[in-house]
Write a protein that binds this ligand. Structure first.
Ligand SMILES: [Zn+2]
Length: 142
């Protein structure tokens, strides 16, 4: 199947051209309003994201507290080593604040614990799908 305007066999975009939804090539897409990238490209992006999504473990608070206590350092001493505020350490250890991935990785190195984990693929895929649902629905119903 080629471009609906010029017939070129190319990567096709969904675009609104003069009020009509069409599949057109990149060049013809300039005449209308492209609202969805080619399907093949979307899939690639989604896959890449799936591989790169990390999250901080749920029980980070206990893990940090335990590991920090093991080192024999007070929250203050530990915060200085980490170059963060003492109040932040207290919040992390009670679970009232969640560390960023960067901070969690720093904590991992300092404490020798595991705080960052790759997210389950299923969870990520669900998130991805809800993100493009509206576009997908429009295409399907047409
Ligand atoms: Zn075309």
């Amino acid at each position: 199947m080629g471009c609906e305007l010029c017939g070129k066999e190319e990567l096709l975009f969904k675009a609104i051209v003069e009020g009509t939804l069409m599949q057109v090539c990149k060049n013809c897409g300039k005449f209308g309003k492209i609202f969805a990238a080619p399907v093949s490209q979307q899939n690639k992006k989604a896959q890449q994201k799936t591989e790169q999504v990390f999250d901080v473990v749920d029980d980070f608070a206990q893990k940090i507290k335990k590991a920090r206590e093991k080192t024999g350092k007070t929250q203050k001493e530990f915060s200085m080593e980490l170059n963060e505020k003492e109040s932040l350490i207290a919040k992390l250890e009670t679970g009232t604040a969640k560390p960023s991935i960067q901070l969690a990785q720093k904590l991992e190195k300092l404490l020798g614990i595991k705080l960052v984990e790759e997210q389950m693929e299923g969870t990520v895929e669900k998130r991805q799908k809800t993100g493009v649902l509206t576009i997908g629905d429009i295409i399907k119903t047409k």
